[in-house]
Design a protein around this ligand. Structure first.
Ligand SMILES: *[C@@H]1O[C@H](CO)[C@@H](O)[C@H](O)[C@H]1NC(C)=O
Ligand SMILES: *[C@@H]1O[C@H](CO)[C@@H](O)[C@H](O)[C@H]1NC(C)=O
Length: 313
């Protein structure tokens, strides 16, 4: 079973080693006063094997953002009743159910009424996109995807951090039939497993990704809701050894029918037929493609401040 991530298990060190490289900033005394509340609330969704409040990953990011933008309300999502459940659910809880839980949590939070920005890490990024597409109220303003897999993955070369025993199990399950009902229902990673050699099966059976990517039908509501974003920012990690193919972080993927050549978002049917409104968003300047050196989710505070902070103000 995944570790209690609140204890700062070693996975966090791998997920965000940059944390150790930056010097802690002294909290400004005015921080608790919230005098300058012209801030936009921010919702964070963590990645696989992580949790809402790990002091070495999302907890540190939350704190850092609160230092940079005094008075901001940052909600780091916990899926479940505690951090252990939260971590386990990132492997084993039906994603559609997770998304609908988050939608009702956001709708009930009075601080989010006027809208919010959203930042998803790894799989949390495609889950937040589903929130944008399915739940327009309260309105999401900017969506920032940090190493998200918007066309899914075809491979699990390395798990983040120390979850490798869990990953071995997941790999086995995916190989034995990612699109079987049982595995689809109970394995998060199966729900964004995208097998280019079995495209029909993927389209028919993928419970989560094929739905939000409009593979079966074009849901006009999804298209309309996504286009309400001001910006959809996608960050790709150039040395990513966890996400396969890494093109998925910019909404690209392997060309159908083979597993070598990739295509960009702009070359895809999804874009050409504009099934999700992404082409329209691109033309309107709403899509932002950022790249950074480093492995999965590794960035410096300086990079974050220069490149992502402007979308949170
Ligand atoms: C001001 O910010 C704090 C978070 O620090 C939040 O709890 C509060 O609701 C905000 N007030 C307004 C009016 O937005
Ligand atoms: C389209 O999406 C909305 C919002 O999630 C949902 O209520 C509706 O049932 C979907 N329609 C189809 C045809 O899937």
């Amino acid at each position: 079973m995944p570790e209690d991530c609140k204890n700062g298990s070693s996975m966090a060190a791998v997920v965000l080693p940059w944390f150790f490289l930056v010097s802690p900033v002294v909290l400004a005394a005015s921080m608790t006063v919230n005098e300058a509340n012209g801030t936009v609330p921010l919702v964070l969704w963590h990645g696989m094997g992580d949790c809402c409040c790990n002091p070495l990953s999302l907890g540190a990011i939350k704190k850092m953002i609160e230092q940079e933008i005094p008075g901001i309300y940052v909600l780091s999502l916990m899926i479940g009743k505690n951090v252990v459940e939260d971590t386990e659910n990132s492997f084993f809880m039906d994603v559609n159910q997770q998304v609908s839980m988050v939608c009702s949590q956001l709708a009930q939070d009075p601080k989010l009424k006027g809208g919010y920005n959203a930042m998803g890490f790894s799989q949390g990024a495609q889950f937040l996109r589903a929130v944008a597409q399915r739940c327009p109220s309260p309105p999401m303003k900017n969506l920032i995807s940090v190493g998200g897999q918007h066309q899914g993955v075809y491979g699990l070369p390395r798990c983040p951090g120390e979850s490798s025993h869990v990953c071995d199990m997941i790999r086995k399950a995916l190989n034995s039939g990612a699109y079987s009902d049982l595995i689809q229902k109970h394995l998060v990673q199966a729900q964004y497993w995208h097998d280019p050699l079995n495209d029909d099966l993927y389209k028919q059976r993928s419970l989560f990704l094929a739905d939000i990517n409009q593979e079966r039908v074009v849901n006009e509501t999804y298209k309309k809701n996504l286009q309400m974003l001001n910006k959809f920012v996608m960050v790709k990690f150039l040395q990513d050894s966890v996400v396969d193919p890494v093109d998925s972080e910019w909404f690209g993927f392997l060309k159908t029918g083979q597993a070598k050549e990739t295509e960009t978002l702009q070359e895809s049917v999804l874009y050409k037929e504009d099934r999700l409104g992404l082409a329209a968003m691109d033309k309107a300047g709403k899509l932002v493609f950022l790249a950074t050196d480093g492995d999965h989710l590794q960035f410096t505070r300086e990079w974050f401040n220069t490149n992502l902070l402007p979308y949170l103000r």
